[in-house]
Design a protein around this ligand. Structure first.
Ligand SMILES: C[S@@+](CC[C@H](N)C(=O)[O-])C[C@H]1O[C@@H](n2cnc3c(N)ncnc32)[C@H](O)[C@@H]1O
Length: 297
């Protein structure tokens, strides 16, 4: 069998199973099974090189699991996040591309301080904490994660980046005041925020993401309330709080920030134009992040 035939077979199998990007997934599974970079797999397919029976069997076994909509990243064991490659598996949220915008905003906010203290609440795989710590070596990062399995994944990823200054605590948002020491210049969080009643459409999310990483109570705002309440209490005078949310929670999140005494709040869209995260501060939130809607207190 040739690489071209194998990739065509796997792509069709994944397409039939409803996988959203069947060709890309087929190439990534083939790369994982063969131990070669994806670019090499594409080259082999282009010139129609032969593929060994052993690799064919390995790719087919992976494809069979992907066709059951097991997330690609659980099969390959890795997920990209900005310039990082994080290790992930069952029990931890796979970092999402839209959260990269939140992490970049946190980096921009922290850059304004000489030696910023940044707190990542609900760190999961450690994605945001590590993105900040690797981008800003002068930063001190504290990461909080209450869930035992997610905590283990975060600890694992932190060990892979020994130069990053991240301190991990098995703790929830409400524990922040006890852990923030002299305060935080940036509090950043991608908390669980789906309303409990919501059923995610994608099988990868519905059937495999840990529920504790997705659902935030009847209106989805339970953990966001905790983050804003505890986060606002520990912000330094020029500090910024950044919190991800659904596209229709921006107004309520800005109102919660105002109730917590944060005098300005701006909600920012993701690359699809949907509201994605809100930045709030005791002082006017400036151009460190693109502007959208402002609700002064
Ligand atoms: C949507 S996931 C985000 C993970 C990671 N920050 C990311 O962006 O990929 C939310 C994380 O918050 C954690 N979490 C749940 N309840 C929490 C709480 N009350 N305080 C802090 N974190 C919480 C979950 O265990 C989960 O790891």
């Amino acid at each position: 069998m040739s690489w071209r035939q194998l990739l065509r077979e796997i792509t069709e199998q994944l397409m039939t199973a409803g996988v959203p990007s069947p060709r890309a997934d087929a190439e990534q599974l083939a790369a994982h099974a063969s131990g070669a970079p994806r670019s090499r797999v594409r080259l082999w397919a282009a010139v129609s090189d032969p593929v060994s029976d052993e690799v064919v069997a390995a790719v087919r076994a992976l494809a069979e699991r992907r066709a059951r909509r097991i997330p690609l990243q659980y099969l390959t064991g890795v997920a990209p996040f900005l310039s990082l490659t994080l290790e992930v598996g069952p029990g931890v949220l796979i970092p999402r591309p839209e959260t990269e915008l939140l992490a970049q905003a946190a980096i921009r906010a922290a850059e304004r301080f000489e030696h910023p203290h940044v707190v990542d609440v609900g760190t999961g795989s450690g994605a945001i904490a590590l993105a900040v710590a690797t981008a800003l070596p002068q930063a001190r990062v504290t990461a909080l994660e209450p869930d035992a399995i997610a905590y283990t994944w975060a600890a694992h990823n932190l060990r892979r980046f020994p130069d990053a200054h991240v301190t991990l605590h098995r703790a929830a948002a409400a524990d922040l005041p006890a852990l923030a020491g002299a305060g935080a210049d940036v509090v950043v969080s991608n908390p669980p925020y789906l309303p409990d009643e919501e059923t995610p459409l994608d099988p990868e999310v519905r059937d495999f993401d840990p529920t504790g990483a997705l659902f935030g109570g009847p209106d989805g705002l339970d953990v966001i309330r905790e983050v804003i309440s505890a986060g606002s209490a520990v912000l330094t005078p020029l500090g910024v709080l950044l919190c991800e949310h659904t596209e229709d929670q921006g107004e309520r999140v800005r109102a919660l920030c105002a109730e917590a005494g944060l005098s300005s709040a701006l909600t920012h869209p993701d690359l699809t134009g949907r509201d994605r995260f809100t930045a709030a501060s005791h002082v006017p939130v400036d151009t460190m992040t693109a502007t959208r809607s402002e609700v002064p207190a």
